[in-house]
Design a protein around this ligand. Structure first.
Ligand SMILES: C[S@@+](CC[C@H](N)C(=O)[O-])C[C@H]1O[C@@H](n2cnc3c(N)ncnc32)[C@H](O)[C@@H]1O
Length: 278
């Protein structure tokens, strides 16, 4: 093992499991310090300039404070496209890729789509790229998230209209304007905080994650209320949900008059998506 790898491992060992240390060492050397993967696996040493040594120190400091690697790298992949992510915006998750894949199988190519709580813009931008005839609008209450999403849309040349908007408070006069409303809103209850990893809890924005224990469905209820006006007849809601609330979601949406309400499981067999039709 080369000296730099041994050093990286010794610095990360107090904080991460052996597998995590091994994966992080490779990513730090190859992705962040620019070592060729073959040289890394052959155990060749890296000659670091003083500037690169300082960069390595910064990276190790950030990792030892459990900052997510995606924030350190400043990017993540979503459905094969690179998205810029930074503190203040949620790191897109694989389940959300599944949601977009499901939508791409089901929605019309020229759908008018609203993404509520767009974060990095991963859902809206992916849909706009895959469905060039669709009209995509994306809302978020967070100016930080919207500025990241706008940069992502520009870099990826996606045509999305971004709007700063608090979905819980906004007045809407867009009647029948959308065929699809999609949302992956905050859905982690305060009670679930105890089970969360420090890289999520300490670094990802609370605004993107949490809902009160006594009202875990607040975003879905509000979006479904808006959807009764904003969706065209036959329009659909696509939600990513907390796996604990599939049954409650179905009951709520049926009570609100939605039809063909279905729950779909994610690849881990958890109730993860709910689809409903106006
Ligand atoms: C779970 S994140 C989802 C981000 C992105 N759509 C994704 O799937 O990675 C929820 C998003 O909802 C936004 N949000 C939270 N409260 C909101 C509100 N009242 N109105 C609009 N957006 C809100 C957050 O800023 C965050 O970007």
């Amino acid at each position: 093992m080369n000296k730099i790898v041994a050093y990286i491992r010794s610095r990360l060992q107090p904080y991460y499991t052996a597998e995590e240390v091994s994966a992080l060492s490779r990513i730090v050397c190859c992705d962040l310090l620019g070592q060729a993967p073959t040289d890394y696996y052959l155990g060749k040493d890296i000659a670091l300039s003083p500037k690169k040594e300082q960069e390595l120190e910064d990276i190790l400091q950030r990792l030892s404070r459990f900052e997510p690697l995606q924030y350190i790298e400043g990017r993540t992949l979503f459905l094969g496209r690179e998205f810029w992510v930074a503190p203040g915006v949620l790191i897109p998750r694989p389940e959300t890729e599944e949601l977009v894949e499901l939508m791409l199988k089901e929605i019309p190519a020229d759908a008018r789509i609203l993404d509520v709580g767009t974060g990095s813009g991963c859902i809206a931008i992916s849909l706009a790229k895959e469905l060039p005839d669709a009209l995509v609008t994306a809302w978020d209450v967070s100016p930080e998230a919207l500025s990241v999403a706008r940069v992502n849309a520009r870099k990826l040349q996606a045509n999305v209209r971004f709007v700063e908007c608090d979905v819980l408070a906004c007045q809407v006069d867009e009647v029948g304007l959308y065929d699809v409303i999609v949302s992956n809103p905050p859905y982690v209850t305060e009670a679930e905080k105890a089970d969360m990893e420090p890289n999520v809890l300490q670094w990802e924005p609370s605004l993107a994650l949490f809902v009160p224990d006594d009202d875990p469905l607040r975003f879905y209820r509000r979006i479904a209320v808006l959807g009764r006006d904003m969706l065209a007849d036959g329009g659909r809601l696509y939600f990513e949900i907390n796996r604990a609330y599939g049954r409650e979601m179905v009951e709520m949406l049926r009570t609100m008059g939605y039809v063909r309400v279905r729950v779909k499981k994610d690849l881990s067999q958890n109730d993860r998506f709910v689809i409903a039709e106006k």
